[in-house]
Design a protein around this ligand. Structure first.
Ligand code: ZN
Length: 320
């Protein structure tokens, strides 16, 4: 076997190579700030003001990144998450600004309510048999409104992340009825209730006031259920499936890839911060670790990788 690994031959036989079009950069837009604000739990990441987001998108575009995923931090929250679907909402403004400045950038929007509700859950909360919890069908109506408002602002792809039953079918119908047949749905189809989302809660100000998200997100040990969730979203009309988080769930990712639709994998905040912190301490080589993690995510079956390292990786790929 070593004949094939000689220095000259090795590059010819490489099975998996990363490219910039594999990468999606997540960005946080904060309605309340006027200058970029560092996210402490995610060294090197920032929340950006609405006025600055087009500049950030433009800089990523110049590096070769062709898609961004927007999260909003609104100035007001309420129990119904109403600021999530205002025409002048934070994400809606950000989409318009990015599309005006960098029209070819693929703008993906996170469709959820947890950043917009005062209780921090992903939709409408009410009484259930086991106490207060997220209500499924009333929340679907809210997701339709959010997705439509994003499409009206110019989003190319909406990405529902709430793990509600029927969310993809519901949003597809709402988009089609309003004339947005060309807007894609990238579903957070297989999303685990993961401890790795910890740093994100600071980033997006989306902690919850009671309970947790384990009644709508998947239990880490359940791979059959994880596959079924993505299969159902495919049946409902999703254009792109997703597995989140990525690195701990490569077995699930490779199974979901067998469905046949494009699959995105989300390298989440905790995965980012673990590498960053170890690198800061000199315990890991950041560049090598990041490139290895992304290569392995792609090898497991991801067509797209959402990663906070996107901008840096684009620079490294240029150097290689
Ligand atoms: Zn949510």
């Amino acid at each position: 076997m070593r004949r094939s690994r000689s220095r000259n031959i090795q590059p010819l036989l490489r099975e998996i190579s990363l490219s910039k079009t594999d990468l999606i950069a997540p960005l946080f837009v904060d309605e309340l700030i006027t200058a970029p604000r560092p996210i402490e739990a995610m060294p090197g990441q920032f929340r950006y003001p609405v006025s600055g987001i087009a500049g950030v998108a433009s800089a990523l575009w110049k590096k070769g990144i062709r898609a961004i995923l927007l999260f909003g931090v609104p100035k007001e929250k309420d129990s119904g998450g109403t600021s999530a679907y205002l025409p002048e909402g934070v994400v809606q403004q950000a989409v318009r600004r990015v599309k005006a400045e960098v029209p070819s950038m693929v703008v993906i929007t996170d469709v959820c309510a947890c950043e917009y509700t005062d209780h921090g859950h992903c939709g409408i909360v009410g009484e259930t048999r086991c106490g207060p919890d997220l209500l499924n069908d009333p929340s679907l109506i809210l997701m339709n409104k959010i997705a439509l408002s994003h499409a009206e602002s110019g989003a190319d792809i909406v990405a529902p992340s709430c793990m509600l039953d029927g969310m993809v079918g519901s949003i597809r119908t709402a988009l089609d009825d309003a004339g947005f047949e060309e807007v894609l749905i990238m579903s957070y189809s297989t999303k685990f209730a993961s401890a790795l989302y910890g740093p994100f809660r600071e980033a997006a100000d989306s902690g919850f006031t009671f309970g947790d998200r384990s009644t709508y997100q998947l239990s880490p040990g359940n791979s059959r259920e994880a596959f079924l969730e993505s299969q159902m979203d495919a049946d409902e009309g999703a254009d792109i499936l997703m597995v989140k988080p990525a690195g701990f769930y490569l077995d699930v990712l490779s199974e979901v890839a067998t469905i046949g639709l494009p699959v995105a994998a989300y390298q989440v905040s905790g995965e980012y911060s673990m590498i960053k912190c170890a690198a800061k301490n000199g315990w890991l080589n950041e560049r090598e670790t990041v490139l290895e993690s992304l290569t392995c995510i792609k090898r497991a079956g991801a067509d797209l990788i959402i990663t906070y390292f996107a901008g840096e990786v684009a620079g490294w790929l240029d150097e290689e």
